[in-house]
Design a protein around this ligand. Sequence first.
Ligand code: FAD
Length: 553
Amino acid sequence: MLARIEAKIALAKAFSSRTSGSATFIPAVRSLSSSDSAAAAAPFDLAVIGGGSGGLACAKEAAELGARVCVFDFVPPSPTRGTSWGLGGTCVNVGCIPKKLMHLAAGVGDTLRHAGAYGWQLDGGAPRHDWEALSGAVKQHVKSLNFGHRSQLMQRNIDYCNMLAKFEGYEGGTPDRPLLALSATNPKTGRSRRVLAANAVVAVGGRPSLPADVPGAAQLGITSDDLFWLPRSPGRTLVVGGGYVALECAGFLAGLGLQAEVMVRTDVCLRGFDRQMANLVVDFMRQHCGVKFHLGCKPMAVTDQSGSASGLRVDWRNADGETNSAAFDSVLFATGRRAVTADLNLDAIGVAVDSAGRVVGGEDGQLEKTSVPGVFAIGDALQNGVELTPVAIRAGKLLARQLFDKTVSAESATATTMDYSNVATTVFTPLEYACVGLSEEAALTKLGPNAVEVYHAVYTPYEFVLPHLDQTQCYIKAICGPSSSGRQPLLGLHVTGPNAGEIVQGFAALLRTGTAAYEDLAGTVGIHPTSAEEITKLWITKKSGLSPMITGC
Ligand code: FAD
């Protein structure tokens, strides 16, 4: 604790000495008139557009390798609530971090509700949740991360501009490698800047989109960009969408004691994930958290009924064409995200984007390379990437090494190539779902039913024992390929249960070896008594028809 405080004080001192003592760390941003020659200023080795997970990682690594780097980052306020935030991008401000803290807050509520089962007597009746206290604490933490990112850029002499950047074309350089010209403005202050750079990275991420075909949505709806920063509780909330953001938000809202309902156009939630596991997540939310799901329903309109106690009225239609309506305090649209490339003027340099605005990258092994030399894309703005923070960070770092690490030769370049396969992930719903590798459906499609062996178990996490919770949805399955030389290759691992994310991370390292097999799981001595040990005890196959229910110790 003391070490942490000392580190913070040292950081604060470094920050104040740099800001007060010298202007070299953040060069004064001056407004250049069009007659100013941008070529007069030394060109940057790398211009990074976007100060989120990927952009910051790339910029920092490049600077550490000696490159002259500038970073542009600006957050246009969200359309309905005008929410905006500081440096660090989606993950830090309106994604992973605030989401995880709210997920944990909901979990604390669960612990309190089950405390009696462990002999605790909570005086003062049922616990009540204070949204303002939670969102205030989350905001404070996020601000400390914003500050940390800012300091790290300064420590590395990275030129940070709080401006919206775009490409202008080419200027100077050599005929075979012209320099990229970028201009940037801060829409709030009107300040502007123009730079030249040998390389540029598009790391602009994405923003949630509000449906244009639902009257009232664009005026009255909110998105995940607003939810974490709401000063007051969202109250009764309808979450529209069936992806992981929708289910995670509905999950923690319900856990905080709010009425949360989910409306999905189709009858599929968590599309792209293993179907059986996704259904377990939904079943748990229904049975344990009281979340109501409206599957196969499409919102038709959101109407303001202010003045009455009923808040917002949502009208919707189900798959049979029947209409219905209900009142909510908030309507959260988690219906998709769009890469924010529209205003980058990518046409000016010939970089293509797809219909979702994502930059079209290169072939396998060179995904971050666009068709234009010196222009790269990483993170959520890249087509065919994986939209997760650690992926953006890793891709950013590796790209910087490819560009500026002089020890990387053509032969060793594969070591700096981003591998998008076998990336583990977790859906932070009330019952966490973590996975790595192939889903059962993907394995069946790839190998055919005869070649796939699925080991599975329904287990009882110790968290469920004394409160006597129904463990039906706590499930593990290992997807394996056909046996060869006595080994069944491990193709995928899926876990639902408390702390599933913590469990699966380690097994992801095993999958990365490329030689992982069921025999490695079965040959490992478990840590008793943990949920993770159940993975080492898997022996029942789906094909055997035996019950996967684990009983006893
Ligand atoms: P971003 O982090 O979005 O950063 C892009 C930055 O560029 C932004 O600050 C943006 O304002 C800025 N920008 C855009 N255009 C310009 C411009 N023209 N000029 C200057 N600046 C510009 N991932 C996980 O791994 N785990 C999770 O648990 C997880 N939870 C999530 C929960 C939610 C609710 C959401 C929405 C996402 C979550 N993600 C999670 C995904 C993760 O946040 C993203 O994959 C990651 O942030 C992408 O990083 P990025 O660098 O590509 O873009």
